[in-house]
Design a protein around this ligand. Sequence first.
Ligand code: ZN
Length: 118
Amino acid sequence: MQPQHMHELSVAMGIVEGVEEESARHDGCVSAVHLRLGPLSGVVKEALLSAFELACAGSSIEGAHLIIEEVPIVVYCPACQAQQTIGSIQWFCCPKCGAPTSEVIQGKELEIVALEIE
Ligand SMILES: [Zn+2]
């Protein structure tokens, strides 16, 4: 694990902890964890995947897969009075009219949405 990915490791450990707590209330083993990840969450997907494997090892959910659904950034454009999906995190402008916007509706997600339990 590279030092710059220590953040992902602590995030992954938090995820494993949360999943362990949740799975303790169910019978069976957790086979997969579904996560929604936004580009503005500050987490690198590939780094999180390998950090999750590390964090899982030796835990009660060892062997569970992390399935990451990447969500796009959605902003609210005051000029269009509509929500717009933008492609780049460097360019916070409305893709339709070009007006600058800073109102982020979606893109900061880092949340567990589902567990697969066998
Ligand atoms: Zn617009």
